[in-house]
Design a protein around this ligand. Structure first.
Ligand code: 1HE
Length: 260
């Protein structure tokens, strides 16, 4: 199945993986309002066959962030609503139906980094670079970056990126936590697809627990988090699928954990 959700957003199903592509390479996949709304709509309406998703960008860059040509004079109220529109769209990625892997290359900047940060796993190729140019453009992050980026790299590093315009390359990005994987240039999509296919074989309830419950536990005081963990553990292990998987291992029919 292949469909154009919007002129600048394309989705195809590769088996159980929804492969989502930003297709606005002439503008470095800059995100205008229409594209943000299309991302929201797409992740709210993924086909039921999709068990995982990958998002990547066409051309030489993942995403140049907010479409600066749309940055008109907004009053304060309109500015809040615009930012909240981004929040809803990127919440739809983070808290949508399936785990999402970002395949990153070239520029991952501004709102592009905010989009990548809403995904559950980030795979970068060696051409990737990260920046938050909002600081030098006289604006601020508005797409959830102030919440999600410090969770990945800490508030001090984000402050430095925005105050000084610091750019991280792919290797340093992995070192500080912006991506979990770095692969040779041109291989990010393949690696992301490989991971997504594997994730699609997990019990759906486990994937749900990891994408919807774990981030909430991480926000809770430890005492509450431990209680939520106990609840989730009990629900997961009671599912017939968990029992079947554990039995398969005990009968020698499931993979062992292998040293890499
Ligand atoms: C754009 C945008 C954009 C490119 N909005 N049009 N983001 C930024 O501040 C990053 C701005 N972009 C760049 O620094 C560079 O374009 C890149 C490093 C991403 C790519 O460089 P390059 O040499 O490959 O491309 P280019 O020649 O700079 O751009 C090609 C075209 O894309 C050009 O348009 P053209 O009509 O002259 O061909 C650019 O104007 C256009 N373009 N980036 C609009 N961002 C929710 S709040 C989030 C706040 C933010 O994200 S602020 C950070 C915005």
């Amino acid at each position: 199945m292949s469909q154009a959700a919007h002129p600048d957003l394309h989705m195809r199903l590769d088996g159980p993986v929804a492969v989502v592509r930003l297709t606005r390479p002439s503008k470095r996949n800059a995100l205008n309002d229409g594209l943000i709304l299309a991302i929201r709509h797409l992740f709210q309406n993924l086909p039921p066959e999709a068990k995982a998703a990958v998002i990547h960008g066409e051309g030489d860059h993942f995403c140049a962030g907010l479409d600066l040509s749309e940055l008109q004079e907004r009053d304060a109220g309109q500015g809040v609503m615009h930012s909240r529109m981004w929040h809803q769209a990127l919440d739809g990625v983070q808290y949508g139906p399936v785990p999402v892997i970002a395949a990153l290359h070239g520029a991952v900047v501004g709102g592009g980094l905010e989009l990548a940060s809403a995904c559950h796993i980030r795979v970068a190729d060696e051409s990737a670079f990260y920046a938050l140019p909002e600081g030098t453009r006289g604006i601020f992050v508005g797409g959830g970056g102030a919440v999600r980026v410090p969770k990945l790299i800490g508030a001090a590093r984000m402050t430095d990126m925005m105050l000084t315009g610091r750019v991280y390359n792919a290797m340093d990005g992995e070192r500080i936590g912006l991506s979990q994987y770095v692969v040779p240039t041109g291989q990010a999509l393949d690696k992301a697809l490989e991971l997504a296919r594997r994730i699609a074989t997990n019990a759906p309830l486990t994937n749900y627990a990891l994408t919807h419950v774990l981030p909430r536990i991480a926000e809770q005081p430890a005492d509450h988090g431990l209680m939520t963990e106990a609840m989730m553990a009990a629900i997961a292990q009671a599912a017939p699928e968990a029992k079947a998987r554990v039995n398969a291992f005990l009968q020698g029919k499931a993979d062992k954990v292998k040293k890499t």
